[in-house]
Design a binder for this molecule. Structure first.
Ligand code: PMP
Length: 399
């Protein structure tokens, strides 16, 4: 029988879909069409311009339907990072007279936490709410952080490292019971296409989404801003996106985003059920085959369907990632945006995990392309890699 190590000519097992996903063929077609055929500038008034404008309009209406919001309340950006930076900075600037306080959580994506730190250095007040061992925020703790000068609360719906899901509707309710005029932003980058995202039903004012996590193109995202909410632009220039996000539209990216969103939403919720079942199987098989493996964050039965974080105690996560890559299996130690740093993940630290769990963490993330065979190949490769890395670590430890 072939082992996972024997020069594996099969396709790689890609389990890093929280970092990014493969564009699906229909998306590639839409991008190519926008680049080669409908290549006009949507701001131009001739037919070529109108054709490109139609692509942007179609994508906007798909996203609006997906989020159940008016199309005019969506603004295309260069991705989730820009949308997150803009939500925080733009809202705090527009409401400077109301106050200078921002509330967020300890496990947000770096595009939120780094912006929050910058804002603090610029004179804003920032409160970081902790999470429990499952990576969940207590709505009452968020509400308790709200003060007279609070302008904005920013919470992610699904965490990108551990897959914890925040009770956003309960958080909004608790916050508004304390102060009805506080605005709420949700980073839904990892949730969109996997769980329902319902800003209006939840009373959320701003939402960030990104295309490349749902088999769309990289470098394209959007920010929903509820009508009536004021926001200052980050950029100035042309009149695109109501003057709030100037710059020639990334028509290929936007067209691809629209197609990716339409297709992934049509697969819901069946796709989530399938990924959830594969995730449970993966955890169960790993724990049956490999000793001393622990799940970090939510119970696998809860949490987002596509993300699981495991610690293989006694093996460094980084070393395991390389050992797995040699076997054609791609996972990560945590967020792609911070994976080149050696410091332990702020998310795992916020869970209060002991050092041996922080060092040995792996994030495994699934997509619509993940199969049972992938899960089995992952388990086989991890079993070998863990034994190898642990053996080396044990020898080193004895020296
Ligand atoms: N928020 C979360 C939760 C994410 O996982 C990511 C992507 N790593 C982002 C924001 C940033 O999105 P983008 O890659 O489109 O800038």
């Amino acid at each position: 029988m072939a082992t996972a190590t024997e020069g594996d000519a099969r396709r790689p097992v890609y389990l890093d879909n929280a970092a990014t996903t493969r564009a699906r063929p229909e998306v590639v077609d839409a991008v190519v069409t926008a680049l080669q055929e409908r290549f006009g500038n949507p701001a131009s008034i001739h037919t070529a311009g109108l054709e490109a404008e139609r692509l942007v309009k179609e994508a906007r209406s798909v996203l609006a339907a997906a989020l159940e919001v008016p199309a005019d309340d969506l603004y295309f950006t260069s991705g989730g990072t820009e949308a997150n930076n803009w939500a925080l900075r733009g809202v705090l600037a527009a409401y400077a007279r109301r106050g200078r306080h921002l509330v967020t959580t300890a496990i947000e994506h770096s595009s939120i936490l780094s912006t929050a730190r910058r804002l603090e250095a610029e004179g804003h007040r920032v409160t970081i709410v902790p999470v429990d061992r499952q990576g969940r925020v207590d709505p009452e703790r968020v509400a308790a952080a709200v003060a007279d000068d609070t302008v904005l609360v920013s919470i992610m719906l699904v965490n990108n490292e551990i897959g914890s899901i925040q009770p956003v509707a309960d958080i909004v309710r608790a916050v508004r019971a304390r102060r009805p005029d506080v605005l709420v932003h949700v980073d839904a980058v990892q949730a969109f296409g996997k769980l329902p995202v319902k800003p209006r039903a939840w009373g959320v004012d701003l939402v960030t989404v990104s295309a490349h996590k749902i088999h769309g193109p990289k470098g394209t995202g959007a920010l929903y801003v509820r009508r009536g909410v004021r926001i200052q632009p980050l950029l100035v220039g042309g009149e695109q996106e109501g003057g709030l996000r100037p710059g020639t539209h990334n028509v290929p990216g936007i067209a691809g985003f629209g197609v990716a969103a339409r297709l992934i939403l049509a697969e819901q919720p069946e796709l989530s059920r399938r990924m959830h079942a594969l995730k449970l199987r993966l955890v169960q098989r790993v724990q049956a085959e490999i000793p001393d493996v622990y799940v970090n964050g939510p119970d696998p039965d809860e949490g987002a369907p596509h993300i699981v974080n495991l610690s293989v105690v006694g093996a460094r996560g980084e070393v395991l990632v390389h050992a797995l890559a040699q076997r054609g299996v791609y996972v990560s130690t945590g967020s792609a945006c911070t994976s080149r740093r050696t410091a332990p993940s702020h998310v795992l630290q916020a869970l209060g995990l002991p050092p041996e769990r922080l060092d040995s963490a792996l994030r495994i993330s699934l997509s619509r392309e993940t199969t049972e065979e992938d899960v089995e190949r992952f388990v086989a490769a991890l079993k070998e890699a863990a034994a190898e890395v642990r053996a080396v670590a044990a020898v080193r430890g004895r020296r």
